[in-house]
Design a protein around this ligand. Structure first.
Ligand SMILES: Cc1cc2nc3c(=O)[nH]c(=O)nc-3n(C[C@H](O)[C@H](O)[C@H](O)COP(=O)(O)O)c2cc1C
Length: 179
C-alpha cells in the first residue's frame, strides 16, 4: 500500500489537489492507495505524552508502518511544511523508520523552493528515511479551481509516482533478499 498524507487544513487547499493527483496516478498504475487527510482526521497536538494514545494517531502510525512509501503533500508555511504536517510526524515518529518518502509542496511564491529540506533532513537523520531526490513544488498559477492546470506539474506528479514506486519496490525486494 502507498500512503498519501495530505497535510493542509485549508478547505480550498492546493496541496490537496496534488495529493489527489498523486493518488489517482498511483491507482491508474495498479497500486493500492490510502489517502490520509489531516483536515478530515484531526490529530491532537503532540505533547510528547498522552497524545500518542489517541486513536487517530495510532491509526496513522499503523498506516505509515505498513506503507511501502509515503507521499507527503503540504503547504509551505514560514519556509517549512505546515505545523499540521510536522505535528503528524512528531506524533508518529518511529513509524517512519527506513521509509521511502516523497514530497509535494504548494507555495505562494518561488522563493521557498528549498523549504522542503528541513523536513527532508529530519526524516533522513532521525528515522533513516530514503527521501526521493525529486519533489513537486507548485505555486498558485498551477491550479484552477479544484484542478491542476499545469501540464508540467501534472507530468512531474507522474514522474514522482514512477520514481517513488520504482525505489520502494527495489528497497523492499532487497530487504526481502537480506532476510
Ligand atoms: C501562515 C502562512 C505562511 C505561509 N508561508 C509561506 C512561505 O514561507 N513561502 C511561500 O512560498 N508561501 C507561503 N504561504 C503561502 C502558501 O504556501 C500557499 O497559499 C499554499 O497554496 C498553501 O497550501 P494549501 O493551499 O495546500 O493550504 C504561506 C501561507 C500561510 C497561510
Amino acid at each position: 500500500m502507498f500512503l498519501v498524507l495530505s497535510a493542509s487544513l485549508n478547505p480550498d487547499s492546493r496541496s490537496r489537489i496534488l495529493a489527489k493527483a498523486c493518488a489517482d496516478e498511483l491507482r491508474s498504475t495498479g497500486r493500492e492507495v490510502t489517502m490520509f487527510d489531516l483536515s478530515d482526521t484531526p490529530l491532537p497536538a503532540c505533547d510528547g505524552a498522552a497524545a500518542y494514545g489517541d486513536e487517530n494517531v495510532k491509526r496513522l502510525s499503523s498506516l505509515i508502518e505498513s506503507a511501502k512509501a509515503i507521499f507527503i503533500a503540504s503547504p509551505v508555511y514560514n519556509f517549512d511544511v505546515n505545523a499540521a504536517a510536522k505535528n503528524a510526524i512528531e506524533l508518529t515518529g518511529q513509524a517512519w523508520t527506513e521509509k521511502v518518502v516523497s514530497m509535494m509542496l504548494s507555495a505562494g511564491g518561488q522563493g521557498s523552493y528549498m523549504s522542503a529540506m528541513g523536513l527532508a533532513n529530519s526524516l533522513m537523520l532521525d528515522f533513516r528515511c530514503l527521501i526521493v531526490p525529486r519533489f513537486i513544488y507548485a505555486t498558485g498559477d498551477a491550479f484552477e479551481g479544484d484542478s491542476l492546470a499545469n501540464d508540467e506539474i501534472a507530468d512531474r506528479v507522474k514522474t514522482l509516482v514512477k520514481e517513488t514506486t520504482r525505489l520502494a519496490d527495489a528497497v523492499i525486494l532487497s530487504a526481502d533478499k537480506c532476510r
